[in-house]
Each structure stands twice: as C-alpha cells, then as structure tokens.
Design a protein around this ligand. Structure first.
Ligand SMILES: Cc1cc2nc3c(=O)[nH]c(=O)nc-3n(C[C@H](O)[C@H](O)[C@H](O)COP(=O)(O)OP(=O)(O)OC[C@H]3O[C@@H](n4cnc5c(N)ncnc54)[C@H](O)[C@@H]3O)c2cc1C
Length: 456
C-alpha cells in the first residue's frame, strides 16, 4: 500500500485527491489562485492525525503546505509535489479566565477565539478580521486593534504545540525549545505544524471603536498618523486611504470619492474615550463617525468581501517619518490610479516598541509606522499593471527593503530577505536546520536551511 493510500485509510474519507468531488471548493481560499492543484488535501482533526499526515507525506516524497484560515495573501498552497494539510478541524478554543490564558487549536479562527474570550471580558489582540486563522496571524506577527496596548499577537504567545518534520510532537515555550519558540513568533509556518497555541489574555470588557471617515488631505493624513503615535497606548488605529467603493457600509454620496477611512479602537477606560479620540475628531468634519462602545470581537469585521475572487497585490514596508510631503505622494498615487488601490497605515509604538527587537522573529518593531499599498484585481490580465503601480508607489514612499511577511503577496527570496533583515534570517536558518533540515515545510515565505543563492 502506498504512503498516501495508508493515510487515506487512517483519515477515513478525509484525504482528497484532485479528481474528488468538491476538490475545488476544498482548495478555495480567500484569494484567487494561479497555482496548480496539490497532490492531495488531508483534513486533519487531531494532533495524531497531523503526525500521520506529515509522516505519510514524507514517505510519499511530498512537501507539506498548511491551510488554516486560508487568508494568506501569498496563497501558500502546494503544487503537485505537495500535500495540503487542512487544519481547520483543529478548531478547539478554551479560555481560562483565572489564569488569563487562552488555548486555540491550530485551525481556530481569530473570531471564534475572540468571541469565547469576550464572554469572560478578556481578549488577545489579533488583526482586523475574525476569519483569519489564529495560528496564521500569530506565526507572522499580528498587528491590530490592541497592539499598542498589549503588543503584537506574537508578544502574547506563551507556548505552542508543534508537529515537526520528523513527526515528533514538541511544546515550544521559553523553557522548552526556546530557539523554536523564538522562530515561531514571526518566522511563519517554516518549522512545523502548530496544533495548538497558548495565548495571554487581557481584561477587555468592551472597547470604544468604529469608523471615522474624512476627506483626505496631506495635512490630515499626516496628522491622523501622528495623533495615534502621540496617544496613550490604549488607542490603536488603521488609517486607510482609498477611493470609496460602492460598498453598503459607506453612504452612496461617498461612492467614487477619495476618502480617509480611519478604523479606531480605544481599549483604555471607557470614561477616557472621548479625550483619547478628540485629536482624531479634531481633524475635520467627519463624513461618517460610527465610533461607539463595542465588544472587541465585533471590531474584527475585516474589509468587505469582493463579489469576485481577487488576486491580491500588496507591498508592505515601514516608515519613521510620515510628513505632509509623504502623505501628498500617497494621496496622489491612490487617487490617480486607474484601478482600485489603497494605502493602509498602522501606527505602531506603544507596547509593540517596548519589546526588544530580537525577542521574536518579527523584525520591525522599532519602526514608527507599518504602511502597505494594495492594488487587488479580479482580472488576471490586469495583474502586471497592478503590480507595476504597487512597485512604483512603494518605491516613491520608501517602502522597500523591509516588509511584514503576513502582508506580502509575493514569495520570492528577496521578499524573505525583506521580511527578516539584519541577522534575523540567518538565525531563522539555524533553527530551520535543526527542526526541518529537509525543508518539508516549504510552501510559505520559505526560510531555506541554507541561503538560496543571490538574494536568498
Ligand atoms: C481580510 C484580511 C485581513 C487581514 N488583516 C490583518 C491584520 O489586521 N493584521 C495582521 O497582522 N494580519 C492581517 N491579515 C494577514 C493575515 O494575518 C495573514 O494572511 C495570515 O497568514 C493568515 O492566516 P490564515 O491562517 O488565515 O491563512 P492561511 O493561508 O491558512 O495560512 C497562512 C500561512 O500560515 C501558516 N500557518 C497557518 N496555520 C498554521 C499552523 N497551524 N501551523 C503551521 N503553519 C500555519 C502556513 O505557512 C500558511 O501558509 C489579514 C488578511 C486578510 C486576508
């Protein structure tokens, strides 16, 4: 019996090959794909099944791709030489309110975890979308509505259970496999299959958050960013610049107009909310202001879904000086583009900046602002134009040479170098050589055991 046939029996109907009914739905993800289908998809529900699948893949000479929330921009599927491990069945969530600790299975979503934690008035910070996988966001960094108060998601990971390339199961935490524990917090899915994460929880009974929409000017864009950087740590925000799409959450009068859409979250004392938000509200007459008390889980709405599958085009980087000239360049680029484009700013600082840079494999916490430009398109023939716009805009804004892995839509060796500057990439390679020397887990922003040649 072949290794995959053996696995097929062990998974009782949950190993699917490309000729199986529903294979396309099974491999569908948030974004449109150009990849060839994988050799098979294994739907796993337990750590023991993950072990069997990793061993089966190796015996069959296949590499392993992990599919959790399915939201990666770089669309890390596997080609015909790969087995996709669909870990969505590992969706357990448990909350220990006394210990302020939560546990999430390797396929649990940020939304499910946040709703469970919210029942106890607690939260761990993720991003802006509840449909993203906890493991997927946590392995890359995790920047969102609680980051300036509580740090990135990686800063709140206390331990991880991991199935390694040889099929062994280890727990990585500060005392056990500290090298692996360091690498998992920012180094992505390069080191094994995470079957569960232990996360720190923070009291968060409710937040004051929502959307503030303003007419964009260079002064306002720069001032909004500075207002968040100057605010108390309880204020986190995402500042978006775009031409308003015909989306139902925006008044029709705004459709087609350039807007600055600020998603804010004040997680400090409710009594201080008005004072904390005053500098943002003072930026000008809002076109929309729906900020109010909300459960943290309700903040995780994410961007509206496109009616057609999109090909993501994202360029991400960092900037330390966001002045009016920078803002004017961004506004000009976004508002004159011929297709849909957007700029997303995430002012950092606060608790993110208080963690030493080398404490985790997320390499960029010393910067003031994360900035991303996006030019998603449903039209594959429009990709070269969208990519050219994104490259040119990222270049003119100085967003090159360093990037956030979770926001990268490309996965070249140069992207990996940009994600892990300084000595971080070589340190990750050392960990890779220890835990996955054969590069079984290669369908990601791949940290190869040895440098991959020029630029790699
Ligand atoms: C709509 C949207 C909104 C987003 N908002 C934010 C945001 O606000 N902040 C932010 O920081 N990021 C955000 N992201 C980016 C997101 O964090 C990454 O795309 C992340 O990788 C998605 O994880 P996933 O599990 O959903 O995706 P998947 O595509 O399933 O996984 C992505 C990769 O993570 C690894 N991985 C996932 N689970 C495991 C596991 N159990 N074991 C081992 N490896 C695993 C694998 O390498 C996999 O290829 C957003 C993405 C989208 C699409």
């Amino acid at each position: 019996m072949t290794a995959l046939a053996h696995l097929e029996r062990a998974l009782t109907g949950r190993l699917h090959r490309p000729d199986a009914d529903g294979f396309a739905e099974l491999t569908a993800r948030e974004f449109a794909a150009l990849d060839d289908p994988p050799a098979a998809v294994a739907q796993v529900r337990t750590t023991a099944e993950v072990v069997a699948a990793v061993r089966g893949a190796r015996e069959a000479g296949l590499s392993v791709a992990v599919r959790s929330g399915g939201h990666s921009y770089a669309h890390h599927s596997a080609g015909p030489r790969g087995l996709v491990l669909d870990v969505r069945g590992l969706d357990s969530v448990s909350i220990d309110p006394d210990a302020l600790v939560g546990h999430a299975g390797g396929g649990a979503t940020a939304g499910a975890y946040s709703r469970a934690a919210g029942e106890h008035g607690l939260a761990t910070g993720f991003g802006d979308a509840g449909t993203v996988g906890v493991a997927g966001i946590a392995l890359g960094g995790g920047i969102g509505f609680l980051s300036r108060r509580d740090g990135l998601t990686v800063d709140n990971v206390l331990a991880a259970e991991v199935v390694l390339a040889d099929g062994s199961v280890v727990t990585a935490d500060p005392e056990h496999h500290p090298d692996l524990f360091w690498a998992l917090r920012g180094g992505g899915g390069n080191f094994g299959v995470v079957t569960s994460l232990t996360l720190r929880l923070h009291p968060t009974s409710a937040v004051t958050g929502g959307m503030l929409v303003l007419e964009p000017t260079p002064e306002r864009l720069a001032a909004a960013n500075q207002a968040v950087l100057d605010a108390a740590d309880g204020l986190s925000a995402m500042i978006n610049l775009l031409v308003a799409p015909p989306a139902p959450f925006l008044p029709e009068s705004l459709h087609g107009r350039p807007i600055m859409l600020v998603l804010v979250c004040w997680s400090g004392p409710e009594a201080d909310a008005a004072e904390a938000l005053a500098p943002l509200r003072a930026l000008g007459q809002p076109l929309v202001d729906d900020i109010g008390p909300r459960a943290y889980a309700d903040m995780l709405q994410g961007p509206p879904r496109s009616p057609q599958p999109l090909h993501p085009v994202m360029r991400t980087g960092f900037t330390d000086r966001l002045d009016e000239q920078w803002a004017a360049t961004a506004i000009e680029a976004v508002t004159t583009a011929r297709t849909f484009t957007a700029l997303n700013l995430r002012p950092m600082g606060g608790a993110i900046a208080r963690v030493p840079v080398d404490a985790t494999a997320f390499a960029h916490r010393h910067h003031a602002v994360m900035a991303s430009v996006a030019a998603p398109t449903p039209d594959v023939t429009a990709l070269p134009t969208a990519q050219a716009w994104a490259d040119a805009t990222a270049g003119s804004l100085g967003l090159v040479g360093a990037g956030y892995m979770n926001f990268m839509s490309e996965r070249t060796a140069d992207d990996v170098v940009a994600a892990y500057p300084g000595g971080i990439l070589e340190r990750l390679r050392e960990v890779k050589r220890t835990y996955d020397p054969g590069n079984v887990f290669r369908y990601n922003h791949n940290v190869t055991p040895a440098p991959a040649g020029p630029g790699g």
